[in-house]
Design a protein around this ligand. Sequence first.
Ligand SMILES: O=C(O)CCC(=O)C(=O)O
Ligand SMILES: [Fe+2]
Length: 316
Amino acid sequence: MNNIPSVDLADFLSNDPSRKQKFVNEIGKAYEEIGFVALKNHFLSDQLVEDLYKEIKNFFALPTATKEKYEIEGLGGQRGYTSFGKEHAKGKKEGDLKEFWHFGQEPDADANLIEEYPDNVIVEELKDFNTTGMEAYKMLEKTGIYVLRALAIYIGLDEHYFDHWASNGNSILRPIHYPPIKEEPKGAVRAGAHGDINLITLLMGASTGGLQVQHRDGQWIDALPEEDELVINVGDMLERHTNNKLRSTIHRVVNPPKDQWGKPRYSIPFFMHPRSDMKLNCLEKCITEDNPKHYEDITAGEFLHQRLVEIGLIKK
Ligand SMILES: O=C(O)CCC(=O)C(=O)O
Ligand SMILES: [Fe+2]
């Protein structure tokens, strides 16, 4: 059963203004309430999804020593491999039961960002790994830009307000492997409760179960989309920019029951970040007498740095 609202991107892309507005209302309402939706008709083809899973499973199946060649010091885990147990949720000491890879932005030459973004790390053992990953990256980015357009309309901004900031933004595609659980996890979980850092997250792979979303009343709800749906949620940057109008909802990935410890889990979130110089200052449209300004002014780059220290990926 799917407990988060389902929306159809085909409505937003249709030439029918009432269907487009229906999408805007549905996603906006969902983000004011639960902060999560399942989205149909994104731009990832079935073939691309299949190819991407194949590459990712092959990568994580490589010997640990081979994977560790790609764990590059000094990048704060922003590109390449991050080994098992290294990242922890903010405020938690146990590392998550996961290892992951990061693909980063390959900006257009005229965006003047080539020097700002570190190069992607190339996996020598798998000839299609990097091209397939970046193909998926671009399709998720394209999907995310439409979602942000819908949200811009919902907030009362120009439809294209986010385009400049999100295109060529500092987004990350993170294939994650949660290996089979071999011994009592002692307080560790596959992913500890957290809010995402970025503007929005587009997640592949939640249909296998394990993802839970925290309702306002404190209860945990299973987020179980259909296989062809992406789970899309608001992150802390967008919550902050909209002065809490759109909610970044706490979520986690729980360990399966003991009889299923032998099964690995794979998921692939795309963390959509803006360019680092975007100001996340609370939008005037979202500040009212009932909802006064909640946050200090900050840029996306400064905010990201703070959070990477808090989750153990950079030292200071
Ligand atoms: O693996 C999942 O389903 C979700 C992972 C997640 O929430 C994250 O990496 O931020
Ligand atoms: Fe997350």
